[in-house]
Every structure is written in C-alpha cells, then in structure tokens.
Ligand binder design. Structure first.
Ligand SMILES: N[C@@H](CCC(=O)N[C@@H](CS)C(=O)NCC(=O)O)C(=O)O
Length: 329
C-alpha cells in the first residue's frame, strides 16, 4: 500500500486514520466529465465527448466503488464502446498491479503496464495522489477523465445514450431530490461505514461506525418491506450504489470488518432485494467472489496479519427472490 508523491511511489500505512483512530477517506483527484457533446460537466475541463472506443475503464472486481462503474457499463450497454482492464485482487506494497496469476485479472489492455500507478503517472508525471480504482481513461488525450465512481456512473447513465440508443435512466429528474439524501446516508454509514468499522484503530471509532451502520440497515429493511426498491417502483442509482456493499457484506464485511450484529441473510426484505438485484440481467457477471474474498483478506495485513482467506459463507443468490409480489408503491 502506498501513494504517489510528486510522481514517486511511497509506501505507507494501509488506511489513513486520524488521531482518534477513525478512518479518513480522501477525495478523488480527477474530476472531469464525459458529456454527449464535449461540453464541461459539473466539474473539471471540457473536451471529453462521448465516443466509441475512446474511453477505457480500469477496475478491480474486489472494489465496491469500481463495481458500481462495471454495473453501469453493463446496464447501459456500454461494453462494446468502453473497454475494461481488471487489476489483480492483491493490493500490497505496490498498490494495484496488473499481475496475471488470477483468473479474471486481464492485465493493462492499453499499455501493458505492471502497476496501476503507471496509469496515474502517464496522465500526470508528477502526480501526488492515491492510486485508486475505478479510473475512466481517455485514450485520445491520454489522461484520466475521472477517478470518482459516483460521477462515472452518472456519465454512463446518460452521456453515451445517443451512441447506444439505451435511454434507461437510473437518475431520473423527478427523483433526484429524493435520491440525494438517501445516497448521502447510505454512503456515510453503509458504503463507507463498513470501512470505518473495519479500519478503526480504537474502540470508540469502531463503535461510532458500527452503530450507525446497523441503524441504517434497519431503516433500509423497513423501507424495503413497503417498497420494491429504495425509491419505490423504479430501480435507481441508489439501489446499485447499495448493492455493491450488500453483495460483499456476508462474505467480507461481517467477519473481516467486524460488522457482525447481523448478516444480510438475517434481514428478509433486504436479502430478497439483494437476490433480485443480483439476478438482474447482466449483473451477476460483474460479481467475482473470488476476487472479492481474496482481496480484502489477503491485502489488509493490519486487519488480518496471517492473510488467511476464509472458506465461506455459501450464499444462494439464485434462489427465487419473491420481490415481484410486493406492492410497487
Ligand atoms: N472515491 C473513490 C474511492 C475509490 C477507492 O477508494 N477505491 C479503493 C479500492 S476499494 C482503492 O483503489 N484504494 C487504493 C488505495 O486507497 O490506495 C470512488 O468512489 O471512486
């Protein structure tokens, strides 16, 4: 584990923590937007016009943030337009690598790099940044468009519609005001909450994370007893953002990150909902439990010093989900 400082790789601690032992996630450093006509998006520079074969996605199958981007690439029919490279699941002193000795790891399909950090220094030779996935890469300008998954999925949601003819909308205008606070709560207490619990270096920091995590899961469980999806009858980005944490929960976060008040299988509504989303056309192909289980247990030496990768639990995600019977309101 490390990061780039003026283009040089420096190894350091696994996860940034503050004085009180709480985990601090750093903001992403490349924040441009692909748009249908190349006009600038809400942040960064313009000039990134949607086009076939111009953009490339670097992901890890292990990473919940990268997983969002992979799901949107699938749902929006972007696979023929945007290529993908998958890093090796082990993230050790060299950060993400393009080693090939694991099924599913593809290597760097554009440049044949050894390390993910080379993609960052190719964009900015003197970069000072963490080297995270996902990265949306522009082959034309040879630079990083964005390394912020929340924004990459919004680009994928609409920027390429004119090229794909796929106008499925997971961020519909009439629900945006309602989606925002749900995203914010789930991001803070669930998506990032599991990391805050798992990387806590004090009892207080752990308690401060794990309490709100399960309060939010209780709140979601109740909501899903009345609504098929978080926003009601329609699947939105809020569901896909939640999905990537739920799908990792029982396999990884429950044990490795000590998020063990309950498992997802203990929440009947959320468990059915998780199975429905997993069974959504194309989505199961984006889930690689081998990379997920291996990455966390093998890479986080401070959490699991002997790097022993556990056996289970077995989950039957293909069992009928029964969610169709729920009133859609
Ligand atoms: N805000 C980023 C976070 C991405 C992120 O933290 N990815 C992790 C993997 S799950 C990573 O690449 N970590 C490498 C590191 O922290 O050095 C996003 O949502 O895109």
């Amino acid at each position: 584990m490390g990061q780039l400082v003026n283009g040089e790789w420096k190894t350091g601690q696994v996860a940034p923590t503050s004085k009180d032992g709480s985990f601090q996630r750093q903001d992403s450093s490349f924040r441009n937007w692909v748009t249908s006509d190349g006009r600038p998006g809400p942040s960064g520079e313009g000039g990134f016009e949607a086009a076939r074969d111009r953009y490339h996605l670097y992901v890890s199958y292990a990473c919940p943030w990268a997983h969002r981007a992979l799901i949107f690439r699938k749902l929006k029919g972007l696979e023929d337009l945007i290529g993908v490279s998958v890093v090796h699941p082990d993230m050790l002193d060299d950060g993400w690598t393009f080693d090939l000795d694991r099924r599913g790891a593809t290597g760097d399909r554009l440049y044949g790099s050894r390390f993910m950090r080379e993609i960052y220094t190719r964009a900015e030779p003197r970069a000072t940044t963490k080297v995270t996935v996902p990265v949306l890469w522009d082959r034309q300008y040879e630079t990083i468009v964005s390394n912020e998954s929340a924004e990459i999925i919004r680009m994928f949601n609409s920027a390429f519609d004119g090229l794909t003819g796929n106008s499925d909308d997971y961020w519909p205008a009439h629900l945006r005001d309602e989606i925002e606070p749900v995203n914010a709560r789930i991001y803070d207490t669930v998506n990032n909450g599991v990391y805050k619990a798992g990387f806590a270096r004090s009892q207080e920091a752990y308690d401060a994370a794990v309490g709100p995590l399960f309060e939010t899961l209780d709140w979601i469980e109740e909501r899903l007893s009345r609504r098929r999806y978080l926003m009601g009858a329609q699947v939105t980005e809020a569901d896909w953002r939640l999905f990537t944490t739920l799908i990792r929960f029982d396999k990884v976060y429950h044990g490795h990150f000590k998020c063990n008040r309950n498992r997802i299988v203990d929440f009947p509504n959320m468990w059915g909902y998780l199975r429905e989303l997993y069974q959504w056309p194309g989505v199961a192909e984006t889930v690689d439990f081998d990379h997920i289980t291996r990455h966390y247990h093998y890479s986080h030496e401070t959490v699991n010093p002997h790097r022993i990768v556990p056996i289970g639990p077995a989950l039957d995600l293909t069992a009928p989900h029964g969610r169709g019977a729920l009133a859609a309101a």
